[in-house]
Design a protein around this ligand. Structure first.
Ligand code: ADP
Ligand code: MG
Length: 491
């Protein structure tokens, strides 16, 4: 059996989050649920209407090109791509063929895996077809004419995992740049995978199959893995791969044939006569470049060096732009609180506080967001209150057990942590008399464990500390408890 090397290229579409559509003033509202309301004679292709280029969409696609280190073209043009389909009101789609806005560029998906980009162009989305149970097809044109960016990669990818990594990273960049919400589930970002196999060591590409209608990166990864197996089995048996379009069945976990692709689709492209070609000035591009926000790779490097956190942790922290900026705000509030309290922390202590903040942010707080399916933008917990909570924990004013309850209460009510702690009497008890009397009770209740500890079984200490904590409803300072236990049992 021969060994095969998979060759994979992606075509990715993303709806740009502009206010209005690509060539008219109709709203671009992906959340509009009532069909056929964000439409007008222009996006419905009525005779005599004329398109006008949406500058915001042009800016966004150029910014995506810049974020990917692509070459922004000085000359760009729209073309008509002619084909008939009921979701396409004009009978043609305005797209770009010979003169897209961007050629080239790349995306580094792993430290030494660079995926080159062929081109990025701008076009308009089609309407949505909906097939009902009685065999009728309904059409909603709200999406028709929405600005759509298409990015085509070189056939540089080799595995399903690389496909997922590329998709996730591109999605993150689109969101950081503010070009697209790129929500796969909503169809705002759509991935088509082209895949072929060739014998290992061979330069020549094999026949490719295109997989469409994949609505998550996880499924894209699985579809590639399935397709690699399917194609290698055919080749091993001496068969040939049919050039076709396949779909992904997420229930059966397999790809299935949708249609065989005509060898070369004739779209009869020609320059769109109703739109002027565009001259993209250098100053315009420079302005867009300087307006780019910090991108994920740069943010990752900065978070690692500034905050002293591990890279894997930072990756998690910056996955979502809004999460990352919330965290940054919280860190700057930590600085405020520290100076307000008059206590100076040294560099090492500052990093400890930031680490503590990052831990609560990525675990307990994330869990609360998940459980309530809420977005960071909707949370009642302000970065200022969060920072205050972190400092209260760091100073030992509350125990880590109590901290979880306080955070939950903050999440529910938006209240100040100090107010919650005062109202509920949750201050950590370091008062040695109170702790000593709880210890006395525990010693009576667990004579065997006490003996074990006195005989040198150190691991029992944690258990006894736990019992004392329980006795004091989690409010005791565990360090003080441990200290007093030792004093009591060893002296
Ligand atoms: P088509 O004309 O069929 O649309 P393109 O040349 O435009 O093909 O390429 C579309 C995508 O398919 C690109 O991402 C490209 O990298 C990828 N691709 C091209 N040839 C192959 C191949 N033999 N195997 C896998 N992917 C390929
Ligand atoms: Mg193509």
């Amino acid at each position: 059996m021969a060994t095969y090397e998979p060759v994979i290229g992606l075509e990715i579409h993303a709806e740009l989050n502009t206010k209005t559509k690509m060539f008219c003033g109709s709203m671009n509202d992906p959340d509009e649920t009532h069909p056929n309301v964000t439409i007008c004679p222009i996006c419905m292709g009525h005779p005599g209407t004329l398109p006008v280029i949406n500058q915001e969409a042009v800016k966004k696609v150029i910014q995506v090109g810049l974020a990917l280190q692509g070459d922004i073209q000085e000359f760009a043009q729209f073309d008509r791509k002619n084909y008939f389909y009921p979701d396409l009101p004009k009978g043609y789609q305005i797209s770009q063929y010979q003169h897209p806005f961007v050629f080239g560029g790349y995306l580094d998906i792993l430290p030494n895996r660079r995926i080159r980009i062929e081109r990025v162009h701008l076009e308009e989305d089609t309407g949505r077809l909906q097939h009902d149970n009685e065999g009728a097809t309904l059409v909603d044109f709200n999406r028709a004419g929405v600005p759509l960016m298409e990015l085509v990669t070189k056939p540089d990818l080799r595995t399903g995992e690389e496909v997922r990594l590329f998709g996730e990273k591109l999605q993150q960049i689109l969101q950081y740049v503010g070009a697209s919400h790129a929500d796969m589930e909503k169809g705002e970002m759509r991935v088509e995978v082209n895949i072929s196999l060739r014998e290992a060591g061979s330069e020549k590409f094999g026949t490719k199959v295109e997989i469409k209608n994949i609505n998550s990166f996880k499924f894209a990864e699985k579809a590639v893995q399935y397709e690699i197996l399917r194609q290698s089995n055919i080749l091993d048996e001496g068969g040939t791969i049919k050039q076709e379009t396949r779909g992904w069945n997420e229930k059966k976990n397999e790809t299935f044939s949708q249609r065989s692709k005509e060898s070369s689709h004739d779209y009869r492209y020609f320059p769109e006569p109703d739109l002027p070609p565009l001259e993209i000035k250098k100053e315009f591009v420079d302005e867009l470049r300087s307006a780019l926000p910090e991108l994920p790779d740069a943010k990752r490097v900065r978070f690692v060096s500034e905050y002293g956190l591990e890279e894997s942790f930072v990756l998690h922290l910056i996955r979502d732009k809004a999460m990352a900026s919330y965290f940054e705000q919280m860190v700057s509030e930590l600085g405020e609180w520290e100076s307000a309290s008059g206590e100076q922390l040294d560099e090492k202590q500052k990093k400890e506080v930031i680490r503590l903040a990052a831990n609560y942010f990525t675990s307990d707080f994330q869990k609360l967001l998940n459980e309530t399916s809420s977005a960071i933008g909707d949370t009642l917990v302000t970065p200022e209150n969060f920072a205050e909570l972190v400092l209260l924990i760091y100073r030992g004013d509350i125990s880590s057990r109590v901290a979880k309850d306080v955070l939950e209460e903050m999440f529910r009510t938006g209240n100040d942590p100090s107010v919650i702690i005062r109202e509920k009497g949750l201050e950590q008890v370091s008062d040695e008399d109170a702790i000593a009397s709880a210890i006395a009770k525990v010693i009576v209740a667990y004579p065997e464990q006490v003996r074990d500890l006195q005989n040198g079984k150190e691991t029992i200490l944690q258990f006894l500390v736990g019992q004392v904590m329980k006795e004091m409803s989690g409010k005791a300072n565990p360090q003080v408890v441990a200290k007093l236990l030792r004093e009591k049992l060893y002296s």
